[in-house]
Design a protein around this ligand. Sequence first.
Ligand code: PLP
Length: 368
Amino acid sequence: MTLKDLTIEFTGCTSLKDKPSADSLEFGKVFTDYMFTMDYTNEKGWHDARIIPYQPIQLDPAAMCFHYGQTVFEGLKAYLGKNGKVLLFRPKKNFERMNRSNDRLCIPHIDEDFVLEALRQLILIEKDWVPRAEGTSLYIRPFIIATEPYIGVSPSKSYKFLMILSPVGAYYKEGINPVSIAVETEYVRAVRGGTGEAKTGGNYAASLKAQELAAKDGYTQVLWLDGVEQKYIEEVGSMNVFFKINGEIITPQLNGSILPGITRDSAIQLLKYWGYPVTERRLAIDEVIEAHKKGQLEEIFGTGTAAVISPVGKLLYKGETYIVNDGEIGSVSKKLYKTIVGIQTGELEDPFGWTFEVTEQRHITKAG
Ligand SMILES: *Cc1c(COP(=O)(O)O)cnc(C)c1O
């Protein structure tokens, strides 16, 4: 199914839900009135694209997604721009990445332009659900599940693609507070050759245990080390991670087990544009600790769609705690946060063509 043969069937709701007030918004608990769905079979390919009332889906208990984890997902946000227009941030990148995840999980490709067009139509219907208050947004969750009723281990012959929408509150309600993270030295998230660079549910299932233990110790997130030597930094929970050491900004290079974040890529492009020295390379935890001892560890921050930029104020490693930048947000973190959010909400100039305006007119974006 490609843009050329696009028709999306629409079924209206008989009654609409009440929209939550801005101050009651949390993350991912409330969903809008409509969702997008389409189905895949080997015979028909992707078909039956439709926007229907948000509702439970019915699946056979033998549906393969329940048993062997053949699923992929994406996450992006729609923002209400100052001009009243709804804006997406580099949405094509999410569907490109979804196809790379699909490759890894043996799930058939989607047509990226087609699903972006479907998303445009869904958001137009749901535009009143995009919250207005500063820092709030409409979170978009596209995902694909294997649906064939078969408990043999093989790629499914049928799939369901869905997009659901959830209004979410400001990530930082009282200014940006740096988080504390625990370096995980027992469990690993992913290994080279595994599924670490795919956005698939299993990676998260595998991360819960360490996350739970870190939370018990009062740490917000886990910093993962590589799965082979547990020596090199990979990423944080659902964020990529950057270190500023003695003026140089370093982030782990994409090595096959790190999720290639779109916020990560945007941060690298912006930092280069501003003339900062940015390096993507292997970075040992020992190098970070050594830099801290020499007083050269200037900033740590995470990047991801949910928080955009999340400064790290405290690190726990092998029972020792290390305070970063006096527990305050650093200047690079602050500048990146202000700029990316400014571009996302249309308040700042967008020199990279990153924003995608959700207009009444269908358009094909070149936005990178
Ligand atoms: C989604 C995700 C990220 C961040 O990606 P963005 O595209 O920046 O939102 C980082 N790490 C993991 C494990 C993720 O699932």
